[in-house]
Design a protein around this ligand. Structure first.
Ligand SMILES: Nc1ncnc2c1ncn2[C@@H]1O[C@H](COP(=O)(O)OP(=O)(O)OP(=O)(O)O)[C@@H](O)[C@H]1O
Length: 403
């Protein structure tokens, strides 16, 4: 019979290593915090808020620092009767237009039973409803738009809200926008008028180095794990791996958490450097798997064509070998195939994601240059992903090998 008992060797509080955990204190971000605080200072003084744009790669603390500072700001402004601060936090993943952002802001600000429909209004009407809502709340209202790059080039709202007061649309509310993004291209491609308003205050978060990651891990591990379960060498290794790869605190924390899970599964009481290496490998593998699942339909078709060639021992393969298979599989799956050039872009994407390796070959004057592709990841992992492609008619040689 399977019996569960509470294990007490490794984790004191493993929730502290989870993605959604909000730390009480922030380590190694003194400069960013002081710039951020200066940008928020007008609010404390009862003045109009500035618009702030935070950017930096993934996992470098943009969200954690914002949550920490805004909580602090709310607490500290409570003592001033003339500051009435409200916060509205919207994650813009899946929101691809100004219209959708406006609707979601309205619905976030309204009670649950009074929400508006996500379609069917003219854009200006939705903005008007948003202004009514903001004016009804009144006071200083900070709208935090996390992952703001998802709205793409339809960035009108990032100009509209900050200008609403001076344009006479608001009388009671003083809105400020805090935009957060890890897409550097988004900032550069903002329309000039949006860049002027939203990027009034810009704060760049750079990747963490190994000592900074070490300090973050040390702080977190005190509450999350028992002292005897983890030593300095293990923490230093997690920090070094993440610093070398991405500079992301999320990656460093994930490696530490996974190492603890591996130790627990093995029934061991201490984390070792070997657990850390295994954890890194497992995480990389699941990231590649995730990357494969997220590809477009044509990316999936290219993947299946490559898998067929790999099973038939025909890799490394050139585009001229992959393309006819891709075409056949696409047609068999009722998908219009792309022309060869466009399909080649998908192979290049697979190489960029680390799923395929590609090598430039040079056959001299007569043969010219060409690329050869082969899998850089285990075929079993690819097979696991491909097995779930319900709308692709798999070639028999693939279907039989992956079942
Ligand atoms: N300076 C720090 N001190 C303590 N914890 C941190 C720090 N920076 C990041 N973290 C932790 O690392 C994880 C990732 O950080 P966060 O979500 O803030 O990154 P981000 O820059 O917003 O990334 P993304 O662009 O992917 O949203 C979180 O669990 C967060 O608590």
């Amino acid at each position: 019979m399977a019996t569960f008992t509470r294990d007490t060797e490794i984790f004191r509080n493993e929730d502290m290593l989870r993605e959604d955990y909000q730390p009480d204190s922030i380590t190694a971000r003194e400069d960013e915090i002081s710039t951020y605080m200066a940008a928020l200072q007008p609010i404390v003084n009862g003045a109009q808020p500035r618009n702030i744009f935070l950017y930096g790669k993934t996992g470098v603390g943009k969200t954690a620092v914002s949550r920490y500072l805004l909580k602090q700001l709310q607490r500290d402004t409570d003592q001033y009767d003339d500051v009435d601060l409200s916060l509205c936090w919207l994650n813009c993943t899946n929101l691809s237009s100004s219209y959708q952002v406006a609707v979601n802001l309205v619905n976030q600000l309204r009670p649950r039973d009074d929400r508006i429909s996500t379609t069917g209004y003219p854009q200006q009407r939705v903005f008007d409803i948003l202004y009514e809502e903001l004016d009804q709340i009144g006071g200083t209202i900070l709208l935090v738009l996390d992952e703001i790059d998802h709205i793409g080039s339809d960035d009108e709202i990032l100009y509209e809200i900050p200008q609403a007061r001076s344009n006479g649309y608001l009388s009671e509310a003083k809105p400020g926008v805090i935009g957060i993004s890890n897409d550097f291209g988004f900032r550069d491609n903002l329309s000039p008028k949006v860049k002027d308003t939203l990027c009034e205050e810009e704060i760049h978060f750079s990747p963490y180095n190994a000592p900074e990651l070490r300090a973050i891990l040390e702080e977190r591990v005190t509450g999350a794990m028992y002292d005897d379960a983890v030593d300095d060498a293990v923490i230093a290794l997690c920090a070094a791996i993440a610093a070398q790869d991405t500079g992301s605190a999320r990656q460093a924390l994930d490696i530490l958490y996974k190492s603890g899970e591996i130790a627990r599964t093995n029934g061991e009481e201490r984390l070792t450097e070997d657990h850390v290496h295994q954890a890194r490998e497992k995480l990389e593998q699941s990231q590649v798997e995730h990357g494969m699942r997220e590809l477009t339909k044509h990316g999936h078709l290219a993947l299946v064509a490559m898998l067929q060639l790999a099973f038939e021992q025909e890799t490394p393969a050139r585009i001229r070998d992959v393309y006819p298979l891709y075409r056949r599989i696409a047609e068999g799956s009722n998908v219009d195939p792309l022309v060869r050039r466009r399909m080649h872009d998908h192979l290049a994407d697979l190489a960029m994601l680390g799923i395929l390796g590609r090598q430039m070959k040079n056959e001299g004057r007569a043969g010219g240059h060409y690329y050869q592709y082969e899998f850089d990841v285990g075929l079993d992992i690819v097979g696991d992903v491909v097995r779930d492609f319900d709308s692709i008619a798999l070639p028999t040689s693939v279907a039989t090998q992956i079942t």
